[in-house]
Write a protein that binds this ligand. Structure first.
Ligand SMILES: Cc1ncc(COP(=O)(O)O)c(C=O)c1O
Length: 316
């Protein structure tokens, strides 16, 4: 056993990622084309064409550092989720968000609460800062929110909830999460990890990204890795009120989301951003489970004409 580093770092069991196709091909002498990978909840449809085109254009500028503040991507996300841009933290995947939260809000020895059978990174992030990880026994393989609320004590600083959960696929309805949030002390930050939100049926969708308006201790975490097919690029984001967002941004690496990733993720909301750039504000309805749609209010005849002209340009 190494003598280097703190004891709590030496105690970490490394994250076991799904085996890459190339490794299995090498190990078992198989043809890569004959292997199917169903190990990492990746998107089998792969990278969208819009993201490929955005990356090709952005590649010309790779000699420069990325925008450390992610201005364009944050503007697109702010418009899409109807929150101010300074409520957004970008991450190198949402994994980064989970770790940034542990670094920003938890000191060595303080408590981090999560559920048994929830995403492995919660325990790792807690261990990485020397925190006391509290794994609350699951109920029917999912989160037992009553038991999690009861596990919060004076030293608890952070709670992670995966909804839907990985690996067990369990789902907690909106009312139960809200009842839980109402019970959590204001000094405890709750990360609602919604990496799989976009896969929910419309009846199960709820406007969690708007809940941050009511809960100053809530962080909603989302990713481009799953539904948007960009796992290899590593882009995720958090939505939270400015006091929490400010601390997260102090902890993150200045260039934690690379230029190609920013360009590709922004392309998911291309039409909306193109309209915004021309000074036309419409309403993305992602929160209603309609990510490909925009809602446009009828304005004065000259406003409608402005919109139609801008839309033609945006679609060109
Ligand atoms: C519940 C959950 N949260 C977060 C992540 C991290 O995803 P990423 O860092 O690619 O955004 C995963 C990945 O599998 C996950 O299952």
């Amino acid at each position: 056993m190494s003598q280097f580093g703190p004891e709590y770092v030496r105690a970490i069991a490394p994250y076991q990622a799904g085996k890459p196709i190339s490794e299995v091909a090498r190990e078992f002498g198989l043809d890569e084309a004959s292997i199917v990978k169903l190990a990492s909840n990746e998107n089998p449809f792969g990278v969208p064409e819009s993201a490929k085109a955005a990356m090709t254009a952005a590649a010309a500028d790779l000699g420069r550092y990325p925008d450390a503040n992610g201005f364009e991507l944050k503007a697109a996300l702010a418009a899409r989720y109807d929150v101010p841009a300074d409520w957004i933290t970008l991450g190198n995947g949402s994994n980064d968000i989970l770790e940034i939260a542990a670094h920003a809000f938890v000191q060595k020895g303080q408590g981090v609460v999560y559920s048994q059978y929830s995403f492995a990174v919660y325990a790792l992030a807690a261990q990485g800062v020397g925190a006391r990880g509290v794994s609350v026994p699951a109920k029917a393989y999912g989160h037992d929110l009553d038991a999690m609320a009861a596990a919060i004590d004076a030293d608890t600083r952070l709670v992670y909830i995966a909804n839907p959960n990985n690996p067990t696929g369990t789902f907690i309805p909106a009312a139960e999460i809200e009842a839980f949030l109402a019970k959590v002390p204001a000094s405890v930050v709750v990360v609602l990890d919604e990496a799989y939100n976009e896969y929910l049926e419309q009846k199960d969708q709820f406007e969690s990204t708007q809940w941050v308006r009511n809960y100053p201790n809530l962080i909603v975490s989302r990713t481009f890795s799953k539904a948007y097919g960009l796992a290899g690029l590593r882009v995720g984001f958090a939505i939270a009120q400015p006091a929490v967002t400010d601390l997260m941004n102090r902890i993150r690496q200045p260039f934690n989301v690379n230029s190609l990733a920013q360009a590709a993720a922004g392309a998911g909301a291309r039409v909306n951003v193109a309209l915004l750039k021309q000074g036309v504000i419409v309403r993305p309805v992602d929160a209603y489970g309609l990510p490909q749609w925009l809602r446009i209010s009828i304005g004065l005849p000259e406003e409608n004409a402005r919109f139609i002209a801008a839309l033609k340009k945006a679609l060109a």
